[in-house]
Design a protein around this ligand. Structure first.
Ligand SMILES: NC(=O)c1ccc[n+]([C@@H]2O[C@H](COP(=O)([O-])OP(=O)(O)OC[C@H]3O[C@@H](n4cnc5c(N)ncnc54)[C@H](OP(=O)(O)O)[C@@H]3O)[C@@H](O)[C@H]2O)c1
Length: 814
């Protein structure tokens, strides 16, 4: 029995900038999620929708129903043309389209026909390529969609008794990254059980134009999505020792090679690693060269092209030489270390080669890690069809080839190497890679459920490993998610191998601010609340509202309907005795817009100040019917060396549009200059009640009333105020299972407003509130007292130690 001592947890020093961070293990469970309304969206009317793939019968049923709701439906036919010609001919005939329903492969999966995806997948890609440019130019976030139908039992392949067509996972993966390439393309992946399939048309009709979560399943009429749950791996219950022979596809370099070394070192087992290139003998001159000589050799190959070749071919050959040199050096190093690691040539996407390899290995084989992978990081218009095919063949056909060649052989484990790009979304240029990884994960679920393999089968969806392996743009990748330390990754991996059980496992590092930049993805998944920093992103998702228009890095238009049933805000605050939206909460909505509109490639700008806030106080009142709705318009632009985001809030209820508030969020690369509060000793100051019989009133249930003291200081002119106030609890403000937090200290802000109003002498109704400048330094720190200098009209919200200013307000006027 392997104990934890044989695999000690590595002790790792993580960098202070959080670029590498401890990973968390999640399992995704199907969880019921009812549709808010079964009514068919009126937005279907006048839309031009294309149905691709599936059977004509299914397409006809969908078309008939959608046409009765005013849509125009087209069937995408290839008419025997080449892929790109077919797409163009279709566009000539049909013109611009609004949405695609992709039925892909409807017939059940057969292992013997495992390349059945190729033709349908090429058709889908050619249609998407055809409309890529048109769709990229679209700024309306409500119009475009790509809806994929899969047949995996209605629970996205999990815990089911039927899983008819696991290859649908390829389209699921394609869809998840499509909205990264086309930011205003809404995504829905509908997984139906065979029981629900006859209702396909009505399910699609009820789902269209109710965007949000990407993955939705129907099983026996119940609607599901996937929700991530943190779960530690169990204690190891499998054994690996010197008797074991393990196969790692594509283990000649990258993370597969790192695992091969770890397994051979820790357990003394034999590991066979594979790749497409033959192992150099060591006699080749380009193997014997030192690094500098090899560099010069590469340059001479490019300068003196072999007659008949091109520069592209020469570059490709050089890349291959580099890979082979690396392979040779790796094998030499493990030989010197005495590790039992052997290299075999085998293209995993070729069934005969895989069969020959397994025959050569023989019956001792006790575990398989399908790790081989390639990708072509190119945007959709430039990505060749062959690139899609190669990437998918390596992962998906490679897996199915192994399955066929193993032919029921019993193993201790079978492990698939997947990626978070398949589980959630890849980066721009990773459509093929995302499709391949999600295809692999869903095939893994299928094979485990139907015992297509005589072994526990896990697919691990990995985050980016720290500077190791197939990472095209490391900086770019870590802008989406922190990277995982290599020693930590190897520890997780070996623990998974030593623990029985099947399924899809995701190993996730904290998500990054940049995810906020794609609002469609921000709404696409239920939040991984147990991840570090996730509270903030969850709140950002909450304040995002309903998307209307979006231009990446520039413009966002959203609508917000604040339902009084889910918030105590309107019973807390009143304007002229009418329930009203507290100003701090309105400001929180405005503030959250800033993270959505940042200049391209500069997600690390710091908020310097919130400039010239103007609030139309009378417009904060709830409408007579108890609703409150507003529109938020956000526009970002450079002003000299500052990135300035203009936010305009407009009330859109009864009687019509009315200006609500406006402000500017000012960002710059440097940290904002701290405003230092006066140092005071208020212990002996008398208490003072700051309240007035004004037309703004607070109940004090959510935002507790501050206990104020008033005094003076020898060194300062004018009166000083110190207010102790309890911070608000998000659960007191929101009636939601997970109440969103706020960046602003709302309670402190409301008490500053109360204090300013209490000091005004005018008795007329308050119409406008303005703040010249507001600086937010730290939204996460524990909040302490308020210090106010009434002469200067400056207000400081301190931390609990009275040392740091967390929020500063200058010139709050009503
Ligand atoms: N590195 C990461 O951050 C990361 C994150 C998530 C997932 N992954 C996954 O980890 C796996 C390993 O990738 P890596 O990052 O270590 O990249 P890598 O260094 O490029 O390694 C990929 C390996 O796959 C082999 N390979 C490619 N096509 C093959 C084929 N048709 N037949 C046999 N072998 C083939 C390559 O060998 P030859 O070129 O010699 O054939 C190479 O050994 C991939 O599945 C990748 O998707 C990596």
């Amino acid at each position: 029995m392997i104990t934890d001592q044989r695999l000690p947890q590595p002790s790792i020093a993580y960098p202070a900038d959080d670029s590498v961070y401890p990973a968390t293990r999640f399992i995704w469970d199907p969880t019921p999620t009812p549709l808010q309304s079964l009514e068919i969206s009126p937005q279907i009317r006048d839309k031009k929708i294309v149905i691709i793939g599936g059977t004509d019968q299914a397409a006809k049923r969908i078309a008939q129903l959608l046409e009765t709701h005013g849509a125009t439906i087209y069937r995408y036919q290839h008419d025997g043309l080449e892929d790109e010609q077919a797409g163009e001919a279709f566009r000539q005939r049909v013109g611009m389209i609004d949405g695609i329903i992709d039925l892909n492969i409807e017939e059940p999966f057969q292992l013997a026909k495992h390349s059945a995806w190729e033709t349908s997948f090429k058709h889908s890609v050619s249609l998407l390529k055809t409309y890529h440019e048109d769709w990229l130019a679209e700024t309306d976030s409500t119009r475009l969609f790509y809806l994929v139908v899969t047949a995996m039992g209605g629970l996205m392949g999990r815990g089911v008794t039927e899983l008819s067509q696991p290859l649908g996972g390829l389209w699921a993966g394609l869809a998840k990254t499509l909205c990264v390439e086309i930011p205003n393309c809404n995504i829905r992946i509908l997984d139906l059980s065979s029981h629900d399939f006859p209702q396909l048309a009505s399910i699609i009709a009820s789902e269209l134009y109710k965007w949000g979560l990407f993955e939705i399943g129907y099983q026996n009429g119940i609607r599901y999505t996937l929700v991530a749950r943190k779960e530690e791996v169990a204690r190891p219950d499998l054994n690996i020792d010197a008797q074991d022979l393990l196969l790692i596809s594509g283990g000649g370099r990258g993370i597969g090679f790192a695992l091969a070394k770890a397994l051979a070192r820790n357990f003394g087992c034999r590991v066979i690693i594979t790749g497409r290139d033959p192992l150099p003998s060591g006699d080749e001159k380009w193997v014997q060269m030192d690094a500098v000589t090899f560099k010069n050799y590469q340059q001479s190959c490019l300068k003196n092209l072999v007659p008949g070749t091109t520069i592209a071919v020469a570059r490709r050959d050089i890349e291959q030489l580099k890979r082979r040199r690396e392979l040779y050096q790796h094998l030499k190093a493990v030989q010197e270390e005495g590790l039992d690691i052997v290299y075999e040539v085998c293209d995993i996407s070729s069934l005969p080669q895989v069969q020959a390899l397994l025959a050569k290995i023989g019956p001792r084989l006790s575990g398989v890690i399908h790790n081989a992978g390639v990708q072509t990081p190119t945007r959709l218009p430039a990505k060749s069809m062959q690139a899609f095919i190669n990437t998918i063949q390596t992962k998906v056909n490679g897996f199915l080839n192994l399955l066929q060649a193993l032919n029921g052989k019993e193993l201790k484990f079978f492990n698939n190497v997947g990626s978070m790009t398949g589980r959630m979304a890849g980066a721009i240029g990773q459509l093929d890679y995302s499709a391949a990884n999600e295809g692999l994960a869903r095939l893994g679920l299928w094979a485990a459920h139907f015992q297509q393999i005589n072994a526990p089968l896990k697919t691990i969806c990995w985050p980016t490993w720290e500077h190791l392996g197939l990472i095209i743009n490391y900086q770019g990748a870590t802008r989406y998610m922190a990277a995982m330390n290599v020693e930590e990754g190897l520890y997780h991996w070996q623990r998974e191998l030593l623990t029985s059980g099947s399924g899809e496992i995701t190993i996730v590092c904290p998500l990054r601010q940049i995810l906020n930049l794609n609002p469609i993805i921000a709404k696409g998944y239920s939040p991984l609340l147990e991840l570090p920093y996730m509270e903030h992103y969850y709140a950002q998702g909450f304040y995002l509202g309903e998307l209307r228009q979006f231009i990446p890095y520039r413009y966002l238009l959203t609508q917000h309907h604040i339902d009084a049933r889910i918030t105590a805000a309107f019973s807390e605050f009143k304007v002229a005795a009418t329930p009203a939206l507290p100003i701090s909460l309105l400001l929180e909505y405005a503030l959250s817009a800033g993270e959505r509109i940042v200049p391209d490639g500069m997600s690390n700008l710091n908020l310097q100040e919130i400039h010239t806030l103007t609030v139309n106080v009378q417009a904060l009142k709830q409408d007579p019917d108890g609703t409150f709705a507003f529109e938020r318009e956000v526009l970002g632009d450079w002003q000299a060396d500052k990135w300035v985001v203009d936010v305009k809030l407009t009330k859109i209820g009864t009687p019509g549009r009315e200006a609500l508030a406006q402000l500017q969020l000012v960002y710059a690369p440097e940290k904002p200059q701290p405003e230092t509060a006066p140092t005071i000793d208020a212990a002996s100051w008398p208490d003072v009640v700051l309240d007035s019989a004004d037309d703004l009133t607070w109940m004090g249930f959510v935002f507790k009333r501050a206990r104020w003291k008033r005094g003076t200081d020898q060194l300062l002119v004018g009166e000083l105020l110190v207010g102790e106030v309890e911070s608000y609890h998000p659960a007191d403000l929101w009636v939601l299972p997970v109440p969103p937090t706020s960046q602003l200290p709302l309670s402190q802000f409301e008490n500053i407003v109360r204090a300013v109003i209490a000091q005004r002498s005018a008795t007329t109704a308050i119409t406008t509130l303005t703040i010249e400048c507001l600086k937010l330094y730290d939204s996460a720190a524990a909040v302490g007292p308020i210090i106010g200098n009434t002469q200067e009209n400056s207000w400081y919200v301190m931390d609990q130690a009275w040392e740091r200013t967390l929020l500063y307000l200058q010139n709050l006027k009503v």
